[in-house]
Design a protein around this ligand. Structure first.
Ligand code: C2E
Ligand code: MG
Ligand code: MG
Ligand code: MG
Length: 288
């Protein structure tokens, strides 16, 4: 079949590559249609204080409601949305949903509730149609109600452009969370050149936290460093009670993960909040 030369191997694989390209263009067409139809749904995952376990924030995580495949994970379509430029339309829609939900929760659940919204690199570096700050003003919602999650890769370039955009976001009162911290880049120098508010320790450090003394040392160092720089720390992917307790002992401020709750559809999130609230109230009643 395939020749042993590089050229031959290319010929061997080209059929697969062609199929890949076809799949991609089909998915792009479907995604473009989904944007027109707004065939998305925002799920919310609680972010809680590690000391009191009180839910004080949530992360907005988009899903694509695909007619045949059901909910499609953002891990599958965000990269495509990024490369096709559809990301801004999707991101603006997610932002509007999240802002309106934050408004509702600040009225009904907690006056300082905050929702974080992910902004991928292309989305961060290009200008979408929606002026987020103006949307918040029209909603009569303070910037503090929203945190924008960006990833490390953006900060590596040490660019004036990125700095200016971060500043612009923070000037509106919105905060900046540095997502997936610790993955892929070892340079820490950029951390001191930007103003951020939250640092999110990537799930890969949390997975074997209780058995890996090295990961414990890394988390401890990250938490100490972040605090020295004036950032709060959020641990991602907490799946066990042990992980939660260990991170709390290490001084980590906040956490999110399947142990407390998976991302939930909006209505389920509201119901979940109500039940977790009544549990807290029960505990308070029992104590007092
Ligand atoms: P992320 O921002 O790092 O979000 C955290 C991901 O970890 C979510 O995956 C969440 O469901 C998952 N997760 C949370 N807790 C646990 C846990 O305890 N165990 C495990 N195994 N996983 C956990 P999800 O929802 O599939 O999102 C994947 C990524 O897609 C996000 O990673 C984010 O980078 C991107 N994304 C999601 N929504 C949006 C959006 O609206 N806009 C943009 N630009 N990107 C988005
Ligand atoms: Mg995120
Ligand atoms: Mg993350
Ligand atoms: Mg992540």
């Amino acid at each position: 079949l395939a020749k042993s030369t590089a050229r031959g191997q290319y010929a061997f694989y080209s059929h697969e590559l062609e199929e890949e390209a076809l799949k991609r263009s089909k998915l792009t067409t479907e995604l473009r249609f989904a944007v027109e139809e707004q065939a998305f749904e925002v799920f919310y995952q609680p972010i809680f204080r590690l000391d009191t376990r009180e839910t004080v924030k949530a992360e907005a995580l988009v899903r694509w409601k695909h007619p045949e495949r059901g909910y499609v994970s953002p891990a599958e379509f965000i990269p495509l949305a990024e490369s096709t430029g559809l990301i801004n339309a999707i991101g603006d829609w997610v932002f509007k949903e999240a802002a309106m939900f934050a408004k509702a929760l600040r009225g009904s659940y907690a006056p300082d509730f905050q929702i974080s919204v992910n902004k991928s690199p292309m989305q961060f570096l290009t200008v979408g149609k929606l002026d987020w700050a103006a949307f918040l003003t029209n909603l009569d919602l303070p910037g503090k109600a929203i945190s924008v999650e960006i990833t490390e890769g953006l900060l590596l370039q040490q660019s004036q452009e990125v700095n200016a955009r971060i500043k612009k976001i923070r000037d509106t009162g919105m905060s900046i969370s540095l997502d997936d911290f610790g993955t892929g880049y070892s340079s820490l120098s950029y951390l001191s050149s930007y103003e951020i508010d939250y640092l999110k320790i990537d799930r890969s450090f949390i997975i074997n936290l209780t058995t890996s003394s090295k990961n414990q040392a890394l988390c401890k160092a990250i938490i100490t460093m972040a605090h020295e720089l004036g950032y709060q720390v959020i641990a991602e992917g907490i799946e066990t009670e042990q992980q939660l307790q260990l991170l709390s002992a290490l001084g980590c401020d906040l956490g999110q993960g399947y142990f407390i709750s998976r991302p939930l559809p909006q209505q389920d999130f509201v119901a979940w909040l109500a039940s977790s609230l009544s549990t807290t109230q029960l505990a308070e009643a029992a104590a007092g």
